[in-house]
Every structure is written in C-alpha cells, then in structure tokens.
Design a protein around this ligand. Structure first.
Ligand SMILES: CC(C)(COP(=O)(O)OP(=O)(O)OC[C@H]1O[C@@H](n2cnc3c(N)ncnc32)[C@H](O)[C@@H]1OP(=O)(O)O)[C@@H](O)C(=O)NCCC(=O)NCCS
Length: 426
C-alpha cells in the first residue's frame, strides 16, 4: 500500500491486530490499552484497518495504525450518504516524523474510494493535522454553561410533555435510537448510530471517548406517550464540606440532548435546569446555536463557554454528495475542483439545480472563462458542502476563487436553514 525508506503501510491480518492496537495506544500515550481491544473491533471492518511496519528492523515491528467505521451521514434535506469514519490514527513516538501519517491517510483514502464512500470524516486530536490531506471543518460543537438559579425560561413549558427517568437500558436504547435518528435526519452532518453503537454511548461500566459512563437517561414523552426527546446527564460537584453536609454546589453535566422539536428540547432543558441541589448546568457537547437560547428570560446567564471544530470532512465522490442534497435555491454553477492527492478527482463539474435537486455533470476545462466559475480545493468544499462556512466568506480570504456572480450563486445554493451538527464521537 506504500513504503518509504523506513516505513511500510499495509492492511494487517487479524493475528497482527493486537500489535497494531499496542502501537496505536503508544502513539496516544496510553500505557494501558484498557478494554478497547476487542470491545469495539466488530465496528472496525478488517478491510478498513491499516498498520505501519518499521522496515529498518529485520522483524519489521508494527509502529502505527488506523481504522475506519462505516457510517451513514445525513445531508441537507434528510437523505444520507455512506462515509468512512477514520479513527485511531496513531504512530508510536519511536517512529514519528518519518512520513507515516501521510502513508496512513493516503492508504485510508484509497480504501474509501475503493469502497465507494462519498467522503471520509474524522475527529481530529489536533486541528493542524488534516487540512493538508483535503479535510475541512464540516461540523462544530460548543459547550454551554447556565447559572440555573439565575435564569428561567421565558415561555411556559408544554403541560403535554412529561419527563421520565428510564433505568432499564434495553428499553432506553430502543427509545433513544428512534429519537436520535429522527433528530439526525432533521439536521445535516449527523452520523447515524447503528444498534451496535448504542451500548458504547449508554455504558454503565466505564467512561470512554464514546460515552460518559453511568448517566441518567431522561426521556420526554408527548401526548399519547410518544417519546419525543431525551437527555443524558449526571451530577457532579461537592456538597460543601468533607463530611458531606454543607453548602451544596452541584453541577449537572449534560452529555447529550436530542429532540424531535423545539417544545421537547425546552421541556428537557427546563427539567435539567430545575434539578434539586444544582447551581450550574454544563451542556458539554452541544450545537453552536441551540434554539433554547432564544427562550432565556435573562439570556446572558446561558453562555457559550467553548466552541471548537467537531467533525472534519474530505469529499471523495462529488456526484454522490451534490446529488443527495436538497438545495434551498435554483441556479447553475461551474466548479473547478482541485484534489491535493488524487489527480483523477481534479475535475470541472457543472452543478444545475432545479426544484431543489442537482444534476451533476463532468465538464471540460475549455468551458471555463474568467467570469463563469468558482475554483476551490477539497478542504474548502469540505467546509462548504454542509453549510459550515459560506462561500462569500471563503472567497474574501482567497480560499475560494471566482467571479462575483459564480461565488454568490454557489453561496446561495449552499446556504441551508440549519447549521450542521454531529454529536456522535468516534
Ligand atoms: C499525529 C501523528 C500521527 C503524526 O505522525 P508523524 O509521524 O509526525 O507524521 P508525518 O511524519 O507523516 O507528518 C506528516 C505531516 O504532518 C505534520 N505534522 C505532524 N504532526 C503534526 C501536528 N501535531 N500538527 C501539525 N502538523 C503536524 C508534519 O510536519 C508533516 O508535514 P509536512 O508533510 O508538511 O512535512 C503522531 O504525532 C501521533 O501519533 N500523535 C498522537 C496520536 C494523534 O494525535 N493522532 C491523531 C488522531 S486524530
């Protein structure tokens, strides 16, 4: 799959997988691998795994690796496309700085192209790593804080919504899955979760990258006993003194809220902010623009404590991506597209949108004139395609180049009602 003077990249056999895991853990600075090996391997297909071997030693020890999940990602309009979720990219400290990352990414992208993925997506440990490989920020997340005793909601919460705590995990998974899927379809960028994924989120045994360990599951029910939203949360903090009796100052840490409509989101938020003993709510993985912020009686008591990139996207199959989106406007634009790694993907595309749907055709460079197209690379498209950034903004900083008319047309086509959001960590 690729080699340099000192490293070789290949798809490992099952028997080598333990050694790959060990090298991945070494790269991430984890002395113990915990229960990661085996517990999640069924979600990482063998043909999507990668290893790096050090060829300067006779026994060619494994010094790095990566794997990918097979996901479906929602796009504007509610359809979904297959994407590869790259994870575990890591190289042992003894082999870093020798081009291993580039080898892993190139091999992963080739595997994804072979598998017919519309894009590769990932969550970056460091945000300076992936733009050079054609990834752009596709979704962002925020952490919101609320002083619960200082603020109430402006409007009364619907009496028709009741909140219940669900302690039976298998009953909870069924309800949560249905609510989550409906929320994901309503907003682009969400990663659908398979039934196998849920036990990692609702895991009472350990806190991990995928889930927060033991948490309360609060489910909102609409009239007719229909589950319409949920929140996962736990309480944290101290009770004021060592003896456990004193000035109570707890926080409620909310790891997830999903709701099928704003009424359900408000009902859950109201419930969370009125919990006994709690003075502060921390919504740790949240959209940058939750609707609840429009309903605060004292809006400044709810503030965005942090905001960061969440999921990066690297386009691979442009007709599949463009063709699955429902567009808010009509128009036609020529895109002179540049891919940093694959010459075969550098192409001129004609995007003609009518009735919300696009016809996507390859075109010839000879049709390009100074004022009829936009030019961009895959990292720029990765951040534009779901609507995270606007084309006019990227044009103002030279990341998109083109005539004013073509840039504005692209901008209108990719300006969606909702900002993209994904709350699945992978
Ligand atoms: C990230 C990691 C895989 C990079 O490994 P590496 O062996 O240094 O990678 P390479 O030698 O192939 O470097 C490729 C390029 O990335 C750059 N790079 C490496 N680490 C970087 C960092 N932390 N930030 C920005 N750029 C970085 C290199 O300078 C090089 O750039 P160039 O092509 O312009 O010369 C390695 O540091 C690691 O395993 N880190 C711990 C685990 C981790 O964070 N993994 C990423 C998970 S998303």
């Amino acid at each position: 799959m690729g080699s340099t003077d000192g490293l070789r990249c290949f798809c490992p056999e099952e028997a080598q997988w333990f050694e790959v895991h060990r090298a991945i853990a070494d790269g991430f600075g984890m002395v113990s691998m915990g229960d990661d090996l085996g517990a999640r391997d069924h979600l990482r297909p063998e043909q999507r795994r990668l290893a790096l071997a050090d060829t300067t030693h006779d026994d060619q020890p494994i010094v790095g690796g990566a794997f990918a999940y097979e996901f479906q990602m929602s796009v504007p309009g509610g359809a979904c496309v297959p994407v590869a979720g790259l994870g575990g990219v890591s190289i042992s400290p003894v082999a870093q700085g020798q081009g291993g990352l580039s080898m892993l990414i190139n091999a992963h992208l080739q595997q994804s192209i072979n598998a017919g993925d519309a894009a590769s997506v990932l969550m970056a440990s460091e945000s300076g790593l992936y733009q050079r490989y054609g990834y752009g920020v596709a979704t962002e997340m925020a952490e919101w804080h609320l002083n619960t005793r200082e603020s109430t909601l402006q409007c009364p919460v619907s009496d028709e919504i009741a909140i219940r705590l669900i302690h039976d995990r298998s009953q909870a998974v069924e309800m949560l899955q249905r609510i989550y899927e409906s929320a994901v379809s309503a907003r682009q960028g969400g990663i659908h979760r398979s039934a196998q994924w849920w036990p990692m989120v609702l895991n009472d045994d350990d806190q991990s990258w995928f889930g927060c360990g033991p948490e309360f599951v609060a489910v909102a029910f609409a009239e007719g006993n229909l589950p319409c939203g949920y929140a996962l949360y736990k309480l944290r903090g101290n009770t004021g003194t060592e003896s456990g009796h004193g000035r109570i100052n707890q926080q409620v840490i909310v790891s997830e809220i999903a709701a099928i409509n704003v009424e359900s989101e408000l009902a859950l938020f109201s419930y969370l902010s009125r919990l006994a003993m709690v003075r502060k709510l921390v919504w740790s993985v949240a959209p940058t623009d939750p609707l609840v912020r429009h309903f605060m009686r004292d809006p400044r008591q709810l503030w965005q404590h942090a905001r960061t990139d969440m999921m990066w996207l690297r386009p691979l199959d442009l007709p599949a991506l463009f063709g699955s989106i429902e567009y808010p406007e009509e128009g036609e634009v020529l895109i002179d597209y540049c891919d940093p790694q694959f010459d075969s993907l550098c192409q001129v595309w004609r995007l003609s949108v009518h009735g919300g749907r696009a016809v996507v055709e390859k075109s010839d460079r000879s049709v390009l004139t100074a004022d009829n197209h936009v030019a961009m690379d895959s990292a720029a498209l990765g951040t534009l395609i779901l609507g995270t950034s606007r084309a006019v903004e990227l044009a103002s900083v030279g990341k998109v180049v083109g005539s004013d008319g073509a840039v504005r047309c692209f901008d209108r086509l990719f300006r969606f009602d909702k900002t993209p959001y994904n709350q699945t960590k992978f």
